[in-house]
Write a protein that binds this ligand. Structure first.
Ligand SMILES: *C1O[C@H](CO)[C@@H](O)[C@H](O)[C@H]1NC(C)=O
Ligand SMILES: *[C@@H]1O[C@H](CO)[C@@H](O)[C@H](O)[C@H]1NC(C)=O
Ligand SMILES: *[C@@H]1O[C@H](CO)[C@@H](O)[C@H](O)[C@H]1NC(C)=O
Ligand SMILES: *[C@@H]1O[C@H](CO)[C@@H](O)[C@H](O)[C@H]1NC(C)=O
Ligand SMILES: *[C@@H]1O[C@H](CO)[C@@H](O)[C@H](O)[C@H]1NC(C)=O
Ligand SMILES: *[C@@H]1O[C@H](CO)[C@@H](O)[C@H](O)[C@H]1NC(C)=O
Ligand SMILES: *[C@@H]1O[C@H](CO)[C@@H](O)[C@H](O)[C@H]1NC(C)=O
Ligand SMILES: *[C@@H]1O[C@H](CO)[C@@H](O)[C@H](O)[C@H]1NC(C)=O
Length: 574
């Protein structure tokens, strides 16, 4: 057979992709979301948010470009929204499910999301975005698989496991929320326990069941690990086994072999683990960072079991030790070693490196400092001394009907330095459509990790450093192969810089993934607007658009039966 010319090959490739594109599937899901008071993941009685009776909720298993329809029935006694952490909602912030884009789904009501996993692959998770509900459950994994026609840069694993790990409180999320809503001191308690897929640590005194994975000797498995917690970063490791890092939040990474991996709140990673040890049981450990949790006394160390199918051994002995939890250099060095694999394809066959940043023109720079502040006596979290106040009317709705008028004032927020006075604000700033933005995050929160997330886009993580950021730091940026991800950590007293390409018109939430910080105001919105409908046209509102606030039945949003405020009114709003 004659060999094909490169033109013929290109034509075949294009046709194959067109055919594959036509195969995008529709995935229909119905979720009953309710409060379960009998599940009690730890023997303490507490309400847990379940989806179809499950905690964590069901995995969404999609492929690039699929349409996911999720019909959410809210059986809670309060309003609810889900957000799809890392799913970029191309041209469609209407489906993003945060307080600035959607009216909350009222108790007893349902609402159908329809979103596309457009041009994406990778590991993500979803969670309830309002009312501090994430601390009560309601989260679950999202997988976006490669289309058949696009090679995955490693052999097909024997199986894949979702592993959602996060800190958890013995107090109910409602109790913590009410403390934050009504008291003049912020709820200070650190979480009580680390759960793996909703299960307590192996051997824990509050033993219900622990998490366990059964594997076959000699095979390789993919673990999709997410930090679904509220505040604690953790170090993940498997006794005697190496982790081969392959993916993070939609990007294939350089494949590096690790003994352990730090995962910060809101982040997701895929690692490959080969079962090359003697038939036995092994510990799977997630130990918190920046906390003194001695390996075998603290509930804050998540412990699961890796069980070889022919193992007859019962697990005993000390947990495998990890890095010093206070050793930030270890963590920073590891973070810097995670690079984009420039030669592999992802959602499209083009190498990821086709989209590199080494020669881009930056059109905007925001320098964003996270801090705590007292505003009118209330403890709040801020960005540049401004604490976000959630308006009754979603920004996106106000934008659509009235160009934002009456709900927010565009570009009032100081994007380059802290306001000289601590203030509340509805912070919405312009992001230049099709411009590259440089976002610099400074963490002045004291001894706490912070993590940041922007809906709608990926972060090209160009720099991580100690101390306060200054323009000279730019010379240290990695512009060759920065990894692209949706959530980035910022070390205590340090900075992180990212680039993002604002090619996705919409109203996009920029937030701390640390739940308390977020709930108490550490968020803002970037409005990317495109006057020219060509070539990228933002989608019109969906036919089932919910109305609330200014546009609800009440008209002025004060006490609106259709759409209540996204959060319970609290004293400092008046
Ligand atoms: C666990 O506790 C025991 C007894 O207190 C101690 O001997 C052991 O070193 C501890 N193991 C770890 C990993 O800290
Ligand atoms: C959801 O609830 C409805 C009404 O109670 C019930 O008919 C349906 O079977 C439930 N669906 C699932 C998946 O649990
Ligand atoms: C997820 O979807 C892929 C592609 O359709 C399929 O091959 C795989 O078996 C699914 N996995 C699960 C656990 O359903
Ligand atoms: C952790 O323990 C070490 C040694 O006991 C101590 O020096 C340090 O202050 C502790 N840190 C915290 C945050 O408790
Ligand atoms: C990058 O991906 C390619 C497959 O596209 C693979 O062969 C190569 O080993 C990967 N490189 C690294 C450093 O992981
Ligand atoms: C970088 O940009 C400049 C100006 O736009 C251009 O002249 C040059 O060819 C670019 N270099 C590369 C390597 O793309
Ligand atoms: C909408 O608001 C923006 C920013 O406030 C302003 O520049 C623009 O002129 C307004 N457009 C209309 C149609 O009022
Ligand atoms: C934030 O505001 C407070 C007063 O409300 C002020 O004391 C403080 O200096 C401000 N922070 C910065 C970094 O300007």
């Amino acid at each position: 057979m004659a060999s094909l010319s490169s033109l013929q090959k290109s034509i075949i490739l294009v046709l194959t992709i067109l055919v594959a594109g036509a195969n995008a599937a529709d995935i229909f899901l119905t979720w009953n979301v309710s409060l379960d008071t009998t599940l009690n993941p730890i023997t303490v009685q507490q309400p847990v948010i379940t989806i179809n009776g499950r905690f964590p909720g069901p995995t969404i298993n999609a492929t690039t470009n699929d349409f996911v329809h999720v019909n959410v029935f809210n059986d809670l006694d309060e309003s609810l929204l889900f957000t799809w952490n890392g799913i970029q909602q191309r041209l469609n912030s209407w489906q993003d499910g945060v307080s600035g884009t959607n009216c909350p789904i009222q108790p007893g009501q349902n609402w159908r999301y329809k979103f596309q996993t457009k041009d994406q692959i990778g590991s993500f998770f979803y969670f309830p975005s309002i009312n501090f509900q994430k601390a009560g459950g309601g989260f679950g994994a999202i997988r976006v698989n490669n289309r058949e026609v696009i090679a995955v840069p490693f052999p097909k694993p024997e199986d894949e496991f979702d592993l959602l790990i996060g800190d958890w409180y013995y107090d109910s999320y409602q109790m913590i929320r009410s403390v934050m809503d009504t008291e003049v001191v912020a709820y200070q308690t650190i979480p009580d326990i680390m759960l793996m897929n909703g299960k307590v640590p192996f051997g824990h005194e509050l033993t219900k069941n622990h998490e366990s994975f059964t594997v076959t000797s000699g095979k390789t498995y993919r673990f999709r690990i997410s930090n679904v917690g509220t505040v604690l970063s953790f170090n993940f490791r498997i006794q005697n086994h190496k982790l081969v890092l392959v993916e993070t939040e939609g990007s294939y990474t350089n494949q590096i072999t690790l003994d352990s991996l730090d995962v910060h709140v809101g982040q997701s990673y895929s690692v490959l683990v080969t079962m090359n040890q003697v038939e036995s049981d092994y510990y799977i450990v997630a130990s918190p960072k920046l906390i003194n949790a001695s390996a075998n006394s603290s509930s804050l160390v998540g412990v699961g079991v890796l069980h070889y199918s022919n193992s007859m051994t019962k697990l005993s002995g000390p947990l495998p030790s990890g890095p010093d939890p206070f050793d930030l250099d270890f963590s920073i060095d590891q973070a810097k070693s995670i690079r984009w694999n420039l030669t592999t394809g992802a959602a499209r066959p083009n190498p990821q490196g086709t989209f590199n940043v080494n020669n881009v023109t930056i059109s905007q720079t925001f320098i964003l400092e996270s801090s705590t502040s007292q505003i009118r006596g209330d403890p709040r979290y801020s960005i540049n001394n401004v604490s976000y106040r959630v308006p009754d009317t979603p920004l996106k709705l106000a934008d659509h009907f009235d160009n934002g008028s009456g709900v927010y004032q565009l570009d009032w927020f100081p994007t380059n330095s802290a306001n000289d006075e601590a203030a509340y604000g509805v912070s919405v700033v312009t992001g230049e459509h099709k411009g590259w933005i440089e976002l610099v995050f400074d963490n002045t929160l004291g001894g706490f990790m912070d993590t940041w997330h922007l809906d709608g886009f990926g972060f090209h993580v160009v720099g991580i450093g100690k101390g306060k950021w200054g323009a000279e730091a730019r010379s240290s940026y990695n512009l060759i192969d920065p990894v692209v991800r949706s959530t980035v950590q910022v070390y205590p007293g340090g900075w992180t810089a990212v680039y993002a390409f604002l090619d996705n018109p919409g109203m996009w939430n920029l937030r701390s993934q640390n739940l308390k910080n977020w709930y108490l105001g550490q968020e803002m919105y970037i409005r990317v607007h495109n006057d020219d409908p060509n070539p990228a046209k933002e989608r019109p509102p969906p036919p089932n658009l919910l109305l609330c606030g200014k546009y609800g039945n009440g008209g002025d949003g004060s006490q609106d039966p259709v759409g209540a405020p996204a959060r319970a009114p609290s004293p400092w709003w008046t």
